[in-house]
Write a protein that binds this ligand. Structure first.
Ligand code: RUQ
Ligand code: CUA
Length: 669
């Protein structure tokens, strides 16, 4: 029994409790509404109900059907995107924006066995810095091979800004074949861009240092420090860069930035912009302006205009000198012989992009709201007419700005990079505005309003590069544009303070102000910079390797690769050779018995020829994982360092008896 007084005390408590519960319910209700999956209760097939429950607008529905690729159908395009600091490259299907492959490039990739076999380790070893493997990279700009200025789908290259390296990826198997280290510079940026028939891969430098990055005091900056642009010769037959046939041009110690190759009328020329023509040295500690201020004092920096055909000829004529075993055309020669000209460009320049007809160079200065468009013919005319406004302190002739200027168009804040479409529009990313601008070129269908801004579409957020389908070739496809955004802020679920970066697919099929945002793709690795988008039907990748015993780095069948029936273990002193085959669901041999102190060389062939019948080979304790794709052969080596029992096993769920696909390595003490 309760007393009256207990009741009267109990009542207010109850009321407070009820209020708390009600408030909690309201708050909970709100939270619940925000987080409750809205589509799980809708009967399968009820499209209208899904549209209503999700609150989709007609634009949303359009975007969904435009990008959706039904199961069994395939994408129209493949985008090759930089994987940024991951050191890898992404192959992404478009318009679905599904990741098809993360191609192992500068960083080991265990699923692909990349960097674990002897063959792939040798690729890393080719591009060492001071005798050390570099196992990460800051990848920036992929470049597909071109024939006549069109993507031909054979190879794709990418640069490593951190170490001035270039990688070659073969698109028959989407695997890296070669890395080269630039012996002149530690950092690059203006790479990779190809000349219209892929005779050369361009790699412009970035932060100046003495060539070969040997020590020199910053007090000797102007004399001892240099920039460079390298022209790597690509041997298409071999599928390799040929360093012996390559050359560089010595440049003043400005910080060269992006480059582009001329095409059509401007074929034979290359264009690289630069910043820090102030030659600021930093050192705020000593009372100097910090780099970001010191390197942005001048209104103009210099677009480098390079006659690479003439440079190649001079090098062939013996006018180069050897630096670090590499042929370098001296700055003085380049300036004197008409290989190198400067053209003033405003202000903190970043992107330089050549129009599809090769007639125009579009320059973006990060601190100038305009794009500046130079005419290639005007540049040539200015050179011919001697419209040279002087030389820089290294004797390089400076072309008169007004003589070369075609147009300046105000687009917005922080213009960076420009691409082109099939209708004659150009598109420029606006980093500070977080927008992409569409504008008209001077020719084609835009006689009424040439050189004018048409539309700005907001993107989310801080866009760097943009890529249009085949948008930097002589015949862009248009249709799709991808904005490669550095920030995503509120676009995705939070996954901690390191937010995904955001590729946004934009529909550019219509005319005028009709650009539409279609899709947001979270990129789980970063920071991707540039991408190129190729028609999928230009790619002719293999389903399986052409023959059993195929070694992918050399792209040929090895005569001594293990095959069915000749598996064995051979010993010569303490040198042990294991010849192994794999097939569902068996390794032969499935016991390998060796002794501590043995040096083991292990050869494995996957003798399968069926699509997708890949086996992994994991050797725990020896840091080995291989991917043996149908037909592939690979090798690895190790020293048996102690006695023990090691189960090697297939790391790819290949069959019902995959778990049984194992064997014992017994190392006797
Ligand atoms: S550059 S956006 Cu290499 Cu612009 Cu990154
Ligand atoms: Cu082979 Cu699992």
């Amino acid at each position: 029994m309760q007393s009256k007084s207990t009741k009267s005390r109990f009542l207010p408590t109850l009321l407070i409790l009820l209020a708390v519960v009600a408030l909690g319910w309201l708050v909970g209700c709100k939270t619940k509404t925000a987080n409750d999956p809205v589509t799980t209760k809708i009967a399968a097939g009820d499209t209208d109900a899904v549209i209503a429950a999700r609150g989709l607008t007609p634009d949303d529905v359009y975007a969904a059907v435009k990008t959706f690729v039904p199961t069994g159908q395939k994408d129209e395009y493949v985008m090759f995107a930089s994987g940024g600091h991951s050191g890898q490259m992404l192959a992404i299907g478009m318009p679905s924006m599904r990741i098809l492959k993360v191609i192992g490039v500068f960083t080991p990739e265990p699923w692909q066995g990349w960097g674990f076999s002897d063959e792939t380790k040798a690729v890393f070893a080719e591009a060492q810095v001071e005798g050390q493997d570099m196992r990460w990279a800051d990848t920036h700009h992929p470049a597909l091979t071109e024939t006549g200025g069109e993507y031909d789908g054979q190879y794709v290259f990418i640069n490593d800004k951190a170490h001035a390296r270039i990688a070659v990826i073969d698109l028959r198997d989407f695997e890296t074949k070669q890395m080269v280290k630039n012996p002149l510079a530690l950092s690059d940026h203006g790479g990779t861009m190809v000349t219209p028939d892929t005779d050369y891969i361009i790699e412009g430098g970035q932060y100046a240092a003495p060539l070969g990055w040997h020590y020199a005091s910053l007090d000797d900056y102007q004399d001892a420090y240099r920039g460079m642009v390298t022209f790597w010769k690509f041997d298409r037959e071999a599928g390799r860069v040929d360093p012996k046939a390559s050359f560089a041009i010595e440049l003043p110690p400005y910080w060269q930035d992006l480059c582009d190759a001329g095409k059509k009328v401007s074929d034979g020329w290359a264009f690289c912009n630069s910043f820090n023509t102030e030659m600021a040295l930093g050192g705020i500690e000593d009372g100097n302006p910090p780099f970001e201020a010191g390197a942005s004092q001048r209104d103009m920096d210099y677009l480098h205009i390079i006659d690479w055909r003439k440079a190649a000829q001079l090098v062939a004529d013996g006018k180069a000198r050897e630096v670090e075993g590499f042929r370098v055309l001296p700055l003085e020669t380049a300036a004197k012989e008409g290989v190198l000209y400067f053209l003033p460009e405003p202000k903190s320049p970043h992107g330089v992009d050549v129009s599809p007809d090769g007639k125009y160079l579009v320059i973006s200065g990060k601190l100038d709201p305009h794009v500046t468009i130079f005419g290639f013919e005007k540049i040539q005319q200015a050179i011919a007419d001697g419209k040279i406004s002087g030389t820089d302190s290294y004797g390089v002739p400076i072309i008169d700005f007004d003589a070369a200027l075609e147009q300046q168009i105000e687009l917005g804040l922080g213009p960076l990079h420009t691409q082109f479409d099939d209708k004659g529009y150009a598109y420029t990313s606006l980093f500070l505005d977080s927008a992409v601008a569409r504008w008209t070129m001077g020719e084609g269908d835009f006689s009424e309003a040439p050189w004018s801004l048409v539309q700005k579409i907001p993107v989310h957020y801080n866009v760097g590069h943009i890529a249009v389908a085949e948008g930097d070739t002589v015949s862009p496809d248009g249709g799709y544009l991808v904005a490669m955004n550095k920030w995503s802020i509120d676009r995705f679920l939070t996954v901690g303070p390191l937010h995904p970066q955001n590729f946004q697919l934009v529909d550019i099929t219509g005319e005028g102000e009709s650009m539409k945002l279609l899709y947001d793709m979270a990129i789980g690795l970063g920071e991707p910079h540039y991408a190129q988008i190729i028609k999928a039907d230009k790619l002719k990748a293999w389903d399986v390797y052409p023959e059993v015993g195929w070694e992918p780095i050399q792209q040929k069948k090895l005569e001594d690769a293990p095959v069915l029936g000749n598996e064995r273990v051979e010993r010569d002193g303490n040198q042990v050779n294991v010849y192994m085959t794999t097939v569902r669901s068996h390794f032969t041999p499935e016991r390998v018995e060796i002794k501590k102190g043995d040096h083991v060389t292990w050869h494995i062939t996957n003798v399968e020829t069926a699509k997708d019948a890949t086996h992994g080979f994991a050797m725990p304790g020896y840091d080995v994982n291989l991917s043996l794709e149908p037909g592939e052969t690979a090798t690895f080596q190790f020293d048996a360092r102690r006695g023990g029992v090691y189960s090697y096993y297939c790391s790819e769920f290949c069959s019902a008896l995959h778990l049984e696909m194992t064997g014992y390595l017994l190392i006797e003490d």
